[in-house]
Write a protein that binds this ligand. Sequence first.
Ligand code: CTP
Length: 386
Amino acid sequence: MVAKLEEVPLGKRVLDCVGELGNVWLVGGAVRDLILGRSPLEVDLLVEGQLDEVLALLGGSQQRFDRFDTATVELEEGTVDIAASRSETYPHPGALPVVAPAAVSEDILRRDFTINAVAVNLDQPTFVAHPDALADLSEGIVRVLHDQSFADDPTRVWRCARYAVRLGFQVDQHTAELAAAAGPGMTSGERFGHELRLSLRETDPTQIFTLVQSLNPAALIEGFEPRPSGLSSALDLLPQDASRELTTLAACCAGVEMSLLTRWLDYMQFSADERDLVAAASRWVTGEPLRAADRRSQIGRAARGAPIEAVALAGGANARLWIEELRFVKLEIDGDDLIATGVARGPLIGSALEHTLDLTLDGEVRGRQEQIDAALTHVEQAVQGQ
Ligand code: CTP
């Protein structure tokens, strides 16, 4: 397994720096992925004893969290999370754990699922694992380590679904029963938000949402649709500069009542910009006028100012035309050009520019001079009409 780790750039860097210390273990997801023949994206290390020597040898940019004796190291090749091996007890369900130093064999038992309760020493050929770990990995089963697991940490319902979908595993029957009984506990919205974001980054979040819903419907907000129709065509339309994740979330939230939705997104610590985007796109605000438009200028008026994610969700040929072509059409003039010809400052300038953009989109006006002429004509007509 260590030889396989060497083939991954991040793994090689870790092995080169701390592979011979003897007290450093690769643990959790990276070990699971190596056993399954997958390439680990992140590396988690467990250290028996102090972290100082490991951190000094690894270099990179480091953040240390003394309360839990853990650290995160950013290297060119990727991220390494490091923890001193420890036991954890939860003073009450959902609370932050109380930690104490412990052997690696004990540390792995505080984890979420058997498939993650695996560790291998970087120096010695020593492997420790939960007794069911290897069988569950080979049979493809997601199983909690103990009956309190979801009560300790209700975000594990999301993790359970995420692993099952990503790895194509089944959720063990008893684990599913425990997940069904899990309440929200006292876990922070930020941690649920983190799990939701991780799910949104997976290849098919809608499968994860579907599984979360069948495991524990209360984990999803009222009105949330795990498999919204129209999402895959919206994602096909979505350009590189838009967010797949927020588009997916917005599509799933189209049926969630607006004030509930914004409160839920705030609770999960989505930023104000993300919240507003999801809220706007979830209503498919540009849908009707955009679909009904039959001139390029009408498409522009319907789509301008809306998040690109909303336009993609509205769907159809007009949305495609806007995303691929029309949104890049810009005027070669601005308000200052009109003021320079003697037009007074005021709202008329804005409407003249908008009118000129309409004409430009419809191909009736080309180039800077024609745009100035068209804008001035609009101003004159408006003044005469007053
Ligand atoms: N863990 C846990 N309960 C949580 C979060 C994490 O028990 N709520 C444990 C898991 O055993 C996991 C380890 O902490 O293996 C590291 O967490 P994380 O990096 O989130 O998971 P990975 O296993 O690395 O999975 P992924 O491939 O999704 O990154």
